[in-house]
Design a protein around this ligand. Structure first.
Ligand code: SAH
Ligand code: F3S
Length: 439
């Protein structure tokens, strides 16, 4: 038996892609996945290029694998994902011991590429963009637990000035609605209770249906909510740009859709939003939130922020801070702007020094942390519906699960509760988790 070792960096889309890679390689029982890199004869790196550091990490990792290959020249090293798509042949130049470079849309061809390399002992590269082809190989996904991610669309057409995604994942394209529903219904039969609909811009979803119509995102959520066994629906990531009223209506009438929304705003300054080519203003964003609150009064909002975008003045930064307080964002992601070659923003003069950028990030993250803690404290004494995911890493006598607003709760319970929803009373609030008691 041959063993494969796979390392994945980056977003949930990459995690999902890696699960498809594993499935395609395990299919013919020729390969088996291993957690032990020393044991493997095929090493796969699924890469991310969203920020500089992610890219440099790739070559450091490959350097480590080079040593393994020196001891065993039979080892095949494959590099895929966003760095592979962007760098292409350059990867072979910088790391000539790499055998395969594959793209975000060609991962299903990996078994064939591996057998080619074995036969001919030649480099192999395929970073083309065959539309949705990879999904033809992904129906009937493996069950991973009581929650599952389902990719509903690929790529992005928004071309925000700082972002590489449209170049590495291609244009937006939606998977057929019926394929998605089929996949989810199989998962539901296998015990999945929570679905997370994945895509770079899920609210731009426009999937073809079997009768030649188009299914929009709001309708897709309604259809998923009708699948027996699925009791909780999340999605990642949506964009304020196409957050239309029909989606807000779903919040009004679909309780299975969680009261927690990740809606990246990036900055609280209209000047910076315009330089970022985000195509909305903070007033537009605020209007969406107001409508959401009227449809779902208990909704909590999280976001992504970029600090130190070229041209961001102290006043622009203060506007972001004020906006964070105004919306009362819950736990969020924040990043220092990273110049990505080939993006329009890389042409703008970067006038802020790193020390200042770090200071801004520190201030912003502190405020987010305080707000996150306030949201958690509000939960003290409340009853929460928790989907039990497994045995706690910290204490094997306890179970852990997730609340609707994405908090981990640990509690004492029976192992038969794993995979089920339980009602817990929240008895303790920690920084990164909560404690609860069964009701
Ligand atoms: N589709 C999502 C974004 C996906 S990328 C959206 O509409 O917002 C995930 C996050 O990475 C972005 O929200 C942004 O905050 C961050 N990011 C992307 N490119 C970046 C860059 N060049 N520098 C710093 N952060 C970046
Ligand atoms: Fe990137 Fe903007 Fe699309 S952040 S993923 S180009 S919406």
């Amino acid at each position: 038996m041959k063993y494969i070792y796979i390392k994945t960096w980056g977003c949930q889309m990459n995690e999902y892609d890696s699960s498809m890679i594993v499935k395609s390689l395990e299919k013919n029982n020729e390969y088996l996945i291993t957690e032990n890199v020393e044991k493997a004869s095929i090493l796969i790196l699924n890469t991310c290029s969203i920020r500089e550091k992610a890219q440099e990490k790739v070559f450091h990792q490959l350097g480590r694998w080079r040593k393994l290959k020196k001891n065993n020249p039979e080892i095949i090293i494959a590099v895929g994902g966003c760095v592979a798509t962007q760098e292409g042949k350059e990867i072979f130049k910088r790391a000539n011991y790499v055998d395969i470079v594959f793209g975000t849309q060609t991962l299903h061809r990996l078994p064939k590429m591996i057998s080619e390399v074995k036969k001919n002992r030649k480099y192999f590269i395929d970073i083309s963009f065959p539309k949705l082809e990879k999904f033809n190989y992904s129906l009937q996904p493996k069950k991973t637990g009581c929650t599952a991610f389902i990719s509903i669309m690929e790529g992005c057409n928004k071309y925000c000035s700082f972002c590489v995604v449209p170049y590495t994942r291609g244009n937006e394209i939606s998977r057929p609605c019926d394929d998605i529903l089929f996949e989810i219904s199989i998962l539901a039969k296998k015990g999945v209770r929570e679905i997370n609909l994945l895509g770079q811009n899920v609210n731009a979803y426009q999937g073809p249906t079997f009768n030649g119509q188009i299914c929009y995102f709001s309708e897709l959520i309604r259809l998923v909510a009708e699948i027996e066994g699925i009791d909780r629906i999340r999605f990642t990531t949506s964009n304020p740009l196409e957050f239309t009223d029909d989606i807000i209506e779903v919040y009004r009438d679909t309780p299975k859709l969680v009261s927690f929304l990740h809606l990246p705003v990036q900055s609280g300054s209209n000047k910076i939003l315009s330089l970022m080519k985000r195509s909305y203003t903070i007033e537009d964003y605020q209007f969406i939130i107001e409508k959401l609150i009227s449809a779902r009064p208990d909704i909590q909002i999280s976001s992504d922020f970029i600090v130190g975008f070229p041209g961001e003045s102290e006043i622009d930064f203060q506007k972001t801070i004020m906006f964070i307080k105004k919306i009362n964002f819950d736990m969020s992601f924040s990043f220092i702007y990273s110049n990505r070659p080939g993006t329009p923003a890389s042409e703008i003069k970067d006038n802020i020094n790193l020390k200042e950028k770090k200071k801004r990030l520190y201030i912003l993250q502190n405020i987010i942390n305080i707000q996150t803690m306030m949201w958690s404290r509000k939960m003290f004494g409340s009853t929460q519906s928790v989907l039990v995911e497994g045995i706690s890493n910290m204490n094997v006598m306890e179970l852990y699960g997730r609340t609707e607003n994405n908090r981990i709760v640990t509690f004492t319970g029976k192992s038969s509760m794993i995979g089920q929803f339980v009602n817990l009373k929240i008895t303790k609030i920690h920084t990164h988790s909560l404690k609860g008691e069964l009701i």
